[in-house]
Design a protein around this ligand. Sequence first.
Ligand code: BES
Ligand code: ZN
Length: 620
Amino acid sequence: MKLLFFCVPAFFLIYGCTSFSSKHSTPLSDSSIFSRDIHTQSNADSLQIEHLDLDISVNFAEHTIAGVAIWKIKNPNHLKFVRLDTDGLTIDSVRSNGKPVLFSLEKPVAHLGRALTIPIHDGNNEVAITYKTSPNARALQWLTPQQTHDKKFPFLYTQSESIYARSWVPAPDGPGIRFTYAARVKVPNELMALMSAENPQQKNDSGIYHFTMNMPIPAYLMALAVGDIAFKAIDNRTGVYAEPQMLDKAAWELVDMGKMVSSAESLYGSYRWGRYDVLILPPGFPIGGMENPKLTFATPTIIAGDRSLVNLIAHELAHNWSGNLVTNETWNDFWLNEGFTVYFERRISEAMNGKSYADMLWELGYQDLVTEVKALGDTNKDTHLKLNLAGRDPDDGLNDIAYEKGALFLRLIEINVGRKRFDAFLRQYFDSHAFKTINTEAFLQYLNEKLIQGDSELSKKLQIPAWVYGPGIPSNAPRADRERFSIVDAERLKFEKGTDPAALATAQWTTHEWLHFLRNMPKPLTVAQMSNLDQAFHFTQSHNSEIADLWFVMAIAANYTPAFKEMEQFLSQVGRRKFIEPLYTEMMNTGKEPLAKSLYQKYRSNYHPLAQMTLDKIVH
Ligand code: BES
Ligand code: ZN
């Protein structure tokens, strides 16, 4: 045993010593544990784990999910055991091909949870795990009726990306491992269940729902939502789910979903997942959207009443090519999911709303990137596209780099090779890697083979190593046309020089012009300036969450107290991290720690466990 510590490189030790005591000493060890994905302890890449049959029931009184997960496996490499990821699960019993077996739940590893080791033999074709989740499971948010939109029934939803599926299903939880699944889910009679699978469109009386997902997906795309949910069709392949009193508003906002799918298809090939539906969640949902296959989960904060924030749906839809169809192999390759998706999302937006609209999105994204690089420091390795998240929770490496630097890199290639060639390349990329995983190096090789093809002048122009393995924003970064925003800048300057806001030429502005207007204001404004703006444009009362959020941050900085009541209202309802994190951060940074603390104490329990994790580090 001791010797192993000398011959095993440090990063392997993360798996614990037992993993290396080798085939000879303990039956529960295997060298196949040398997985290349550092965020899973599963040895699934040496087995064939092909299908999951899940039979669970959802207990709102206990805040637990309990049931049986049956994994269909093949064991061509004659392994002695299978290892799955778990986090906080209680394992009651395990059967291997129907017979009870002794399993072992290994020591917890920081961020990764506990590996579940189950002995198997050559002819093994299934393992069945009877288990229960913990009330604190990181993927799950249990809402009281009060925390929902309609305030009548409790609600539950999952958020599995990046490595939280293991907190509600014992699973090989790495993006490089795909499987199909079927599920039977028992919920209280008055509620409906939905999954990232073929879904019901109506409640039934039994409270038992059946699901199938026949296309192989990684564990981070497993999803479940349970609540008082109703459905409304948009067209014959798209539709919206929401709480009943939210449904019509949501369906109005998302009326163009069918067109969106068609326009995505004309860019990069057919949509391969059957139906495309969106579930609008209660306001505590910690993120904007999640690309769960067949059923995007989305925050209600995109329901602005004017369809101006639906590009978030274009983003989640685009993931059905970049991410769900062609998946990042590890979380270090996250930009292959998100950078491609942002690029694709903006192409959909351009196709639907024109170039000047897409240019605004590109420019706002560029501003986000500049801000992020400044925050992280322009030599920080976390500003590389290829990340090194060893020893960290992937959630900690989550920032705008993968999104905006990734998208900008693709835009740079597009500009240099021409849109026609680039689109043909991307379409071929999605087709040839469909239902597969890819890492950064394999993508670069594919890019070289199919597009660069030895053109050294093109290579020189692109500076690929600087983008992928270098920090900050490379000098050849393209910048979008700023036609519409230069008009906004001119009006903002007038305001800064004392023009009455009511006299500014703002009549034609859309949400994105307003965002640019507010974002670029000097900080802090005076209380008088804030008050003038508010009188002219009623920002404090804005029903547009993006505008309101920005405004509240400005209000904190300026100590503009007339906005504080609405801000508190916002913080009491909305759980979207992107919105609440800047508000609490601004309070902490501008001498309003007592306010931050008292609000956080009041509303912390309204936030998702992952949002709590983030905010606990900020408000203390
Ligand atoms: N897949 C992400 C959400 C995610 C990423 C969850 C990493 C957990 C870990 C999703 O597609 C996303 O990017 N959502 C964005 C919206 C988008 C318009 C940039 C969000 O939630 O803000
Ligand atoms: Zn995304």
